[in-house]
Design a protein around this ligand. Sequence first.
Ligand code: FE2
Length: 374
Amino acid sequence: MATIASPQAETAHDTFPINGTDYIEFWVANAKQSQLYYRHVMGFELLAYRGPETGVRDRASYLLQQDKLRFVLTTPMGPEGEIAAHIALHGDGVRDLAFWVDDCRDAYAKAIERGARSIHPPRVDRDENGEVVIAAIATYGDTIHSIVERKNYTGTFLPGFVKSSPSFVAKSAGLKYVDHCVGNVELGKMNHWVEFYSRVLGFYNLLSFDDKQISTEYSALMSKVMSNGNGRIKFPINEPAAGKKKSQIEEYLDFYRGPGVQHIAIATDDIVKTVRDLKSRGMEFLSIPGTYYETVLARVGTIDEDLAPLAELGILIDSDDEGYLLQIFSKPAQDRPTLFYEIIQRKGAKSFGAGNFKALFESLEREQAIRGNL
Ligand code: FE2
């Protein structure tokens, strides 16, 4: 499928250097149980913990890691405070897409000077392993970006976290790193946030999709993909577009009660093995009609993989000028139809699977109809 490529390539001068994603923090109602899902089902390892047992009275946080992926699950110990309020309003969801930088104070000062809203100024946290400088700025909805400088820190994660030695250690599912994180924003707000990432954080517009490209009989959406200078962080921003019935973006906004992270795409080197493994452990994915596989190779060209296992598992294929990609989408990760996961294996392609959007949205709409929200 044709996409609208931006004329701006990676700029020689990166005005907001970010090394990559530092961690993603979720605020959830019951981190103790959620962390078991991420370990048993998705193959994360529990590396560290911070909570009442380690001297933090108001919350409990679990650090989970798999290859370069670092997720933090945090639960409040009572109904007071911003974490409990966030969970009451949004349900379980992503609070923080944290950036790893070399100089937190400089990055924060630049962001504020360019118009970012402060969540907190740079703060130095210390323990016996050194110090971390951390600040945070606001993005869409109640989502934030922490800015983390850890060059003077040798501990497992952040000061205060104590290394865990669990008796159960999950087998990795081959999940490697965050490929992209998608934000859903309100109708008419996509360009506002595109401009925010461009002006404040020096991102550039990598790709755009309009509602003519991404539409089904019922719903449509618009999307622009923003990338940071070195390409390690990619944030597609979606907004709903008018359709006959409620779009999946509107369903998200209704249930999350505002803008937020819609999906996190995680890279793997062997999607067939990873998805087979995740399914066998109970992770649920959207299904695609068998007819999809009758025509897919005519659309994407030759691929290295056998089609049979891809069809059996419901893995989608798309291509662009540089190669192809394999991808699959999970069902929502909580009862509210909000956050879900994508598993992606890139074989050269730098795009996001626009050729699959129609088949995918029809699958999503079947689920939406079952929930009574279409
Ligand atoms: Fe995606």
